[in-house]
Write a protein that binds this ligand. Sequence first.
Ligand code: ADP
Length: 767
Amino acid sequence: MEKVKIELQDISKSYYSETTVTQALRKISLSFAEHEFVAITGESGSGKSTLLNIIGGMDNFDDGEMFVDGQPTFQYDEQDWEEYRRNKIGYVFQDYSLVGHYTALANVMSALLIMGYEQERAEETAMNYLAQVGLHGFETHRASELSSGQKQRLSIARALAKDTGIIVADEPTGNLDSDTGDQIVSLLRDLSRERLVIMVTHNYDQAEAYVTRKIRLHDGRVVSDVSVNQEASGQDTQTAERETEEAKEKLSEELKKAGSSVRMRSEKEEKKRQNKVAAYFAGMNRRTQRGRAFLFTFFLFVVSTVSFLFIGELFQHADDTLTKEYSTSVFKKEDRERLVVKREDGKEITQEDIEKFNSLSNVVMADSCDYANDINYYMEEGEDYKYIYGIQKGVMGNEIKSVSFLNEKRFMLSTDCIAKEDLAEGRLPETRNEIVLYSADKKDLEKEILFYFQSRNSWGPNEYYCKEMTVVGLLKEETEQVYFSKELCNMLSLGMDYGEYRLYTQYDKWYGDYKLKREYIPVIGDDLEKDEIRISYKNEQTGPLGKVLFHFDACDRNKVRTGETKEQDAVVVEDFHEGTENILEFSEEFFYQYCPKDRGSIQASVYLTSYAKVDSVIRKLERMGYGAQSTYRVGVTDYVEELVNERMTIIGISIFGLVAILLAEVLILRSLMKIRVKDYFVLKFIGMRMHLIRKISYYEILAYCLAAIVVTVIIMWILRIAGVSIIGEMMWYYSFGAYLVFVVYNFVVSVLTVASFNHLLKGRLNA
Ligand code: ADP
């Protein structure tokens, strides 16, 4: 007696619509045993498909009971039915239900992978099944490219691959010509020697020669159930048996091996394997549908590019400093990229310090003469300055010039900011009155140029110093900037933190004291000697030439007087020099008595590649033991309403934009993904668990998302290097944090899209 596999007891099934009730099955009782090849026939609408669907676990029933291997199914939940479909039933359908864009091999492999096979073994086993149904040589053909008969063979190979005891076939020959149909029925007959095959057909004539049992339905009832061909089935199976014996032996060996490997896996290994399976299917989608892969990636690329720009804008406008007005009262030079840096010990900036600053990333240059960086220089008459009343002759034969300064945009930089390699000609400045600048004309070397200097914030608004400078070197790169010797820079900024220089004049014998005590700005007069000094002729109150008393009050670095004073007789040699009346010229010897020659600046200027790097460089400097501040931030005062509004608008638009593209991706990409629903339906139908199907979409879309992110970043870098200024400026704000936000944003949006698609998919697949 053959083993009963499926038994139906009084099964009834009705379909309900708003207006009608259709009773598709009425109290069907049937039992099916191993090795049967059953044909279910009957006219259209008699209930054949409904019956098959119930046996296949794809449809439920209203009444009665179905036993599987002797066990009742009344307590089965959705998961049990899923397992039943996966483990007990192989399906063959009229429309083949193949994944058209997968290869024949991949279609069969998918069933094996779902069952837990390792990839390599799945491939080998799938090859054997394909050979068994006569598709040897067609492994790498796409399913959609096969003939109808081959498609049905392929779907049978896939059903076989599941190695189930039951195969249900719904009109498997419905789309085939009669010869091909015959071959398929014959193939099913062969398979029934090892399992139970139940086939619905409305073309019984074709099946007649092969089936072992014929069940006829009419109006939802069994009207006949007869055994046929019993002897025939035994006869010609023998040939088939011989033909496939070898293949089968091999196959069962394979299955044993594969089966043991399926069971032995730990939970962790199984999870790993499932991830691999999901990645395999995602890769298959990518490889077999390159057009779609490109479409998805392109869409994600658009999203990532737009989000890159919006996120860049947000980072760029995170700091509200840029919406404030700059006041030149502290740092005359308005420069967003400048930091002032001091040593923690308050000592002078050394060459070593400058080298350390220069070695930092995002530092363009460092100048130890920070104070001089706020001193204006004027060199071109007519451009930088002009003489208001022309040049007139003074009483003493001197020239009287009333200078008016036109362009206050030029500020001193010292030779710290350049190196020998930057010169095309000549050498770096060595003494006070030497400079280098850019000129294409070599004749400019050795040229003498008259310079005016102005240090508004420390000398007062009207003072200036004037001196002729010699060009000793020409720069390679074109620039407006002139570089001065450190000696000159330090000399001009001396008054700022070292002490107060006074001259006591007009000695009153009666009182025994000087009538006039006045503060001056000390500079060196090249031709003066020893105790000689020179003040401007304009200074009418100085009195006659001759002996005066020089008085010095020392200050500390914070301009607080230390109490240390020095006095010395001095001789005014001539009451005239260029520059304004508060400029006091000393002989070099005299000057350096009050200020050691090797004394440098205690504060350096460090220039950055971009304002975006201010915070990170300050942090780095602080870690290195320096104190640093942005001169721009120190200088800003009140908000400028217009700039504040502009900033708020940009932030608003960027946030809105990021939300909008999130929604756009979820809606648009999700609907593009709907073209996959059919494929996933097939995968589910051959037993793939929902969570694995969900994973495939994650793997696939996140891979495209990663590709889109990489392409976006590469393109942005190319644009930056190509000199697209908006991108270049924004890229400075792309620190690690900004890239992180960008990457996380894109992945989150993609994850949300896939989650939303999977939600939709669940609804579709369960419907
Ligand atoms: P057959 O496969 O023999 O053509 P079916 O099993 O498909 O018959 O259908 C049996 C009866 O149930 C028919 O009257 C059919 O119209 C009805 N039926 C089948 N499926 C549905 C359904 N999903 N909703 C409503 N009625 C259905």
